[in-house]
Design a protein around this ligand. Structure first.
Ligand code: GDP
Ligand code: ZN
Length: 360
């Protein structure tokens, strides 16, 4: 009996962010003889997932099959993922609608999921030494590459005599992203911020450690659920901590994911990424360059460098663009090299089998 899909249950799943994208996948599996109960990953560690389900929270182990079939860590269920349950085990991860990814720390080109199925990314910074436009550009790229909307949250305005210069600087980084100055402590601007959290949608808070993400989560939830100011393990290798990454349901119906501050922040680029996302200003200027493949680096007739000279484009913006463009290129070379190595390994495996079983 497909008890999950009586209307009241569907509506409560929708409050957790469920929708047609996942329902189509569930229905296709059910039709193929695999009826699964959908659930959302709130957090997880060591082979167990804490899930939000239509019938409340559950702690469920991952089926061994899921663990063995995963090509890499990014294929495993992460916070925000929708998964399929059979009694007693998580047996399936639904395809992601959107996904925030970075390159995992280390030399290998491996993706790491920061949060899955996110609609809006609140890029939190504080109005002091933390404000770093080049770092914020990285978060914008992660949001846009992942299919989510970026919103800048400028926290701790109570410590800042004049936030207007910061607001302007943030606007210049992503013309379409709203900029919301707030004080998580004093409460200023929190209502404006809350208006960006829609029922059934998921918001991820990202930003350096100490900018006030936990304080904001508690403010938005109206209850102290995250430990504030504690030295949390913002460990880049993703070691387990209790407050690591967690999905919370807001009283108004939206969902919040708090993420730990990350020291290294290299966005993950898909194989078809042409260049860093979020630089529409540079791209628009580049339309005017004499050469189609202009690198804006000393070429004659470069409209981007002209804009630099007459102040229409900030120097730092071009520096940021160049750095991220180089990274994108390097990552793509790494992906290609990895794909070649994988093909070689498979060819070897086939010829080895042919030698041992010539007729097979
Ligand atoms: P997180 O690491 O990003 O989760 O940051 P926390 O929420 O733990 O906050 C770090 C520190 O900043 C704590 O001591 C908070 O009390 C403080 N803090 C957070 N928001 C504000 C704010 O709006 N104004 C001021 N003055 N301090 C804040
Ligand atoms: Zn150019």
């Amino acid at each position: 009996m497909d008890h999950v899909f009586d209307c009241t249950v569907v509506s409560s799943l929708e409050q957790l962010g469920y929708g047609p994208f996942f329902e189509r996948q569930r229905a296709a599996l059910a039709a193929a003889g695999e009826p699964l109960m959908p659930a959302r990953v709130a957090s997880g560690a060591r082979g167990f997932l804490n899930l939000l389900t239509a019938s409340g929270p559950q702690r469920v182990p991952l089926a061994g099959r899921l663990l063995h079939e995963a090509e890499d860590g990014a294929a495993l269920p992460a916070v925000g993922d929708w998964v399929g349950l059979r009694p007693g085990a998580v047996v399936h991860r639904f395809e992601r609608r959107t996904c925030l990814l970075r390159k995992a720390v280390g030399r290998q080109p491996v993706a790491q999921v920061l949060a899955a199925n996110v609609d809006t990314v609140m890029i939190v910074t504080s109005l002091n030494a933390d404000f770093n436009p080049r770092r914020l550009e990285r978060y914008v790229e992660i949001a846009l590459e992942g299919g989510a909307r970026p919103v800048f949250v400028l926290n701790k305005i109570d410590l800042c005599a004049d936030p207007s210069a910061f607001v302007e600087a943030a606007c210049a980084l992503a013309p379409t992203a709203p900029v919301v100055p707030v004080s998580a402590i004093a409460g200023a601007g929190i209502d404006v911020l809350a208006a960006h959290v829609h029922a059934g949608e998921t918001v991820a808070l990202v930003g350096s450690s100490g900018v006030g993400k936990s304080t904001l989560v508690n403010r938005l939830l109206g209850a102290p659920v995250q430990v504030e100011g504690a030295i949390r393990d913002s460990d880049d290798r993703g070691r387990h901590t209790t407050t690591h990454r967690e999905l919370f349901v807001m009283p108004g119906g939206g969902l919040l994911v708090d993420t730990p501050g990350l020291r290294e922040l290299e966005p993950w680029r898909s194989d078809d990424a042409a260049g860093p996302a979020g630089f529409t200003d540079v791209e628009a200027l580049a339309e005017g360059c004499r050469f189609r493949d202009c690198c804006h680096d000393g070429e004659p007739g470069c409209a981007v460098e002209e804009a630099l000279v007459d102040g229409r484009l900030a120097e730092g913006r071009l520096t940021g663009f160049r750095k991220l463009a180089r990274e994108t290129l390097h990552q793509r070379e790494q992906h290609d090299a990895r794909a070649r190595a994988e093909t070689k390994r498979k060819m070897k495996e086939i010829s080895r089998r042919m030698r041992h079983h010539p007729k097979a």
